[in-house]
Design a protein around this ligand. Structure first.
Ligand SMILES: [Zn+2]
Ligand SMILES: [Zn+2]
Length: 754
């Protein structure tokens, strides 16, 4: 008889890990116990050496799919004889909610019950178990126990109670467990008419959608506005009312259960890797190509080849899509750029002008979370937005921080990150911090992260831009504040995902929109050599000066005029813009014409010069349309790279002639523009290698959400024997700034420790 003690951590709470260990131990006739403590689990098992070996062999490989256990320690101990195996209750006063599990789509076992007329949860929209269902969006505070979730108002019926307390049952301690008798239900509201029966509410909702109406439907992380995606008038109506003239709308498709999703063939082109990712427990939005001449409304993604699509992420959405049968528009119910709305009163108050029809449910959403968005680049799913199913995102730091640190990110696509010791947790997408609601959610997320993990930040890192809302908030917090330059944070975020030491220097290209740089100009086309905390700017893009400053973000013609004026080109279309001669005078005096080296702005200029788009209605529209327009392998126009004050500068001037050449197709011009930029990146990388001997290259910043550009850069750099890295866990865009700020701070701690 021997006794062994295991300590495990990782994702082991709220995922059915304890009952799994109970079953495993009893299978091998082992005695002992399992206990949660301080975010770890302690397992003590006693039995014959043969059984102990079998237990050890099965422990990790047979763990439940959602559990991600890691072994911390394992030892043989002296222990008097034990009787039976027990799940001991945790010491809740010390237990922190160390690994908050994300919200997951229904598992196969629950799906079987959902479709089984004999099951007591047949067609129940809130069916879940230890392997699936909501977590992150229902947990109010630690420890993760039913009274601390938003299901606290739903006392369990005897049947659910029996499942919940039976260690052999797959719903043992499934905290959100529910059934039609004791759990949440649906309500359909049409103006003043309320339908409170769940089945009746669902069919009323489906009828409304079939009639071409817009319905606000409450899901996992908030409400969606939904309508028939093939109904042109419905989609147009939604766009007008929101208002959202062009920004692409996400689609929700039914899962026909066929291996290749054959029912979707008339709409979208899917590869196997798309299908696998779409069906993962996260159920993300994935960017896929539209089929030409699809039945989809042309209003879904005007001017773009791709659409964002997802499969149902909850039993409610499964029932809805089974009945509706075709694609629905499913766009976050929010006011432009703000976080998704979660409460019925807020939705009615703020979006009542769009629809008077709502499908509510009465399971409160504790925190808003948008759908995550991914795009396949270079064969890998790359996140464009973090959210439901992947939040909170946790990464491990290679070095420990000296103090608990909060990073508050940027201004747009904001996320925040909390880090302590060698752990960092990055929030879901919050949004653009311009509005009071965004600001309120930003502050809520900061409180919430610290409370959930029982960690109090002792210092704050923010962007160096003094006017970002996040930077202003940091200054008023009363804690010590450290500033990090925008593109240093981008570079550090990339390196933070991949490095394991400070041994090998990096060359990171941060091609992005504008951000404040060290020299006071607006950066966004930089190449940095070195390590986090000690970046050397070795490359940049020739700068230009769009008149009107921030206005250039939406008025792309301003960047187009600036590059033409800078080089003496004449742009006919530009001259037609009112006040262009007045602007020219302003530009000559350089009044409110801040210089920028942002590649994002150069893309804007290219979109305008090729005639694709002069004014954008959403961020990134110009670059996205330019990418979609390039349907061929572009002709490379070599761009000169000169060394100016020790920094190599890519000169875009030779591109203007091509961009303005109306004899060439828009596709050819767009493709050539991107191919030439990719080529210039390669040339710059090789020049810097000659000087510094660098071998690993990072790509970071919003421009690298562009697949055409990225894949070209990958193949060019690999042909030159570079190792190339692009984020897999975090978006290339500003959502990664909070994590990058933490990495910069960690590097400072590391330096100070010597
Ligand atoms: Zn399940
Ligand atoms: Zn029940």
């Amino acid at each position: 008889m021997k006794t062994q003690r295991w300590i495990l951590n990782g994702q082991v709470q709220g995922v059915g890990f304890r009952p799994y260990i109970y079953r495993l131990a009893t299978t091998f006739q082992l005695s002992g116990w399992i206990k949660n403590q301080l975010g770890e689990v302690e397992i003590v098992v006693q039995g014959c050496p043969h059984s102990l070996a079998a237990f050890a062999h099965a422990l990790l490989p047979k763990a439940p799919p959602l559990a991600k256990p890691k072994i911390v320690s394992y030892q043989t101990i002296e222990q008097p004889r034990l009787n039976g195996f027990q799940i001991l209750s945790s010491d809740s006063s010390t237990e922190a909610m160390i690994h908050v599990p994300p919200d997951y789509a229904p598992c196969q076992d629950c799906l079987k019950e959902l479709y089984d007329p004999a099951d007591r949860r047949y067609r129940y929209p809130f069916i879940n178990c230890t392997q699936c269902g909501p977590r992150f969006t229902i947990i109010k505070c630690l420890p993760y126990d039913r009274p601390n979730t938003s299901l606290s108002g739903f006392p369990l019926c005897p049947a659910c109670q029996a499942e919940y307390t039976d260690p052999q049952n797959r719903r043992f301690h499934a905290e959100p467990v529910a059934c039609p008798v004791c759990g949440p239900g649906l309500t359909f509201q049409q103006g003043d008419i309320w339908i409170n029966n769940t089945e009746a509410a669902l069919s009323a909702c489906i009828q409304a959608l079939q009639a071409g109406d817009i319905v606000a439907i409450k899901g996992i992380g908030g409400y969606h506005l939904m309508c028939d995606a093939c109904h042109d008038e419905a989609v147009k109506h939604l766009r007008q009312l929101k208002p959202r003239p062009h920004k692409p709308l996400a689609l929700l498709f039914p899962d026909d259960q066929s291996e290749d999703l054959s029912g979707l063939k008339p709409f979208v082109t899917l590869e196997k890797y798309h299908i696998d990712w779409l069906r993962s427990a996260m159920r993300p939005i994935v960017m896929v190509n539209q089929v030409q001449n699809t039945p989809l409304s042309g209003e879904i993604a005007p001017g773009l080849a791709e659409v964002g699509m997802m499969l149902p992420c909850s039993p409610l959405h499964i029932l809805l899509m089974d009945a509706f049968g075709g694609p629905l528009v499913a766009t976050s119910a929010n006011v432009s750029g703000e976080p998704i709305l979660t409460s019925s009163t807020e939705v009615k108050k703020r979006l009542g002008h769009i629809t008077q029809q709502f499908l509510h449910h009465n399971r409160p959403i504790v925190r808003p979370v948008d759908d995550p968005v991914f795009r396949f680049i270079q064969g890998m799913p790359r996140p464009l937005r973090l959210g439901r199913g992947c939040s909170p995102t946790e990464l491990t730091l290679p070095f420990e921080l000296s103090q608990p640190t909060l990073a508050v990110g940027g201004q747009q696509k904001n996320t925040v990150a909390l880090a302590w010791k060698n752990r960092v947790v990055i929030s879901a997408h919050i949004g653009d911090l311009g509005s009071p609601r965004s600001q309120a959610v930003f502050e809520q997320v900061i409180r919430d992260l610290q409370q959930s993990y029982a960690v109090q930040a002792e210092r704050i890192v923010c962007d160096a831009h003094p006017y970002y809302r996040s930077s202003r908030w940091a200054k008023l917090s009363g804690l010590p504040v450290h500033q990090v330059y925008h593109h240093h944070a981008h570079a550090a975020a990339l390196v933070g995902e991949f490095y394991s030491s400070f041994q090998t220097p990096w060359l990171v290209f941060t091609w992005d929109g504008v951000g404040l740089g060290e020299d006071g100009t607006l950066w966004g086309g930089e190449a940095f050599y070195g390590y986090p905390g000690q970046w050397q700017r070795v490359g940049t893009l020739r700068s230009f000066a769009p008149p009107g400053g921030d206005k250039a973000a939406r008025e792309l013609w301003r960047s187009a005029l600036a590059i033409c004026w800078e080089t003496g080109y004449h742009w006919d279309e530009g001259e037609k813009i009112s006040d262009s001669s007045l602007l020219y005078q302003v530009w000559q005096k350089q009044l409110n014409c801040p210089r920028t080296s942002a590649v994002g702005r150069l893309f804007d200029a290219a979109a305008a010069l090729t005639g694709l788009l002069k004014n954008a209605s959403y961020e990134g529209q110009g670059p996205m349309m330019l990418e979609a327009a390039s349907q061929e392998v572009g002709e490379v126009i070599p761009l000169p790279i000169d060394k100016m004050q020790g920094i190599r500068e890519i000169n875009w001037a030779p591109l203007i002639h091509k961009l303005l050449n109306a004899h060439d197709s828009v596709s050819s011009r767009a493709a050539s523009f991107q191919a030439s930029l990719a080529d210039s990146l390669r040339t710059l990388a090789c020049l810097i290698r000659e000087e510094k001997g660098v071998t690993q290259i990072g790509l970071s910043g919003g421009v690298f959400q562009n697949r055409v550009l990225c894949e070209r850069v990958f193949s060019l750099l690999r042909a030159e024997n570079f190792n190339v890295f692009l984020g897999k866990q975090l978006p290339a865009n500003d959502a990664a700034l909070s994590f990058g700020q933490i990495i910069e701070m960690m590097a400072v701690d590391f330096k100070n420790s010597y």
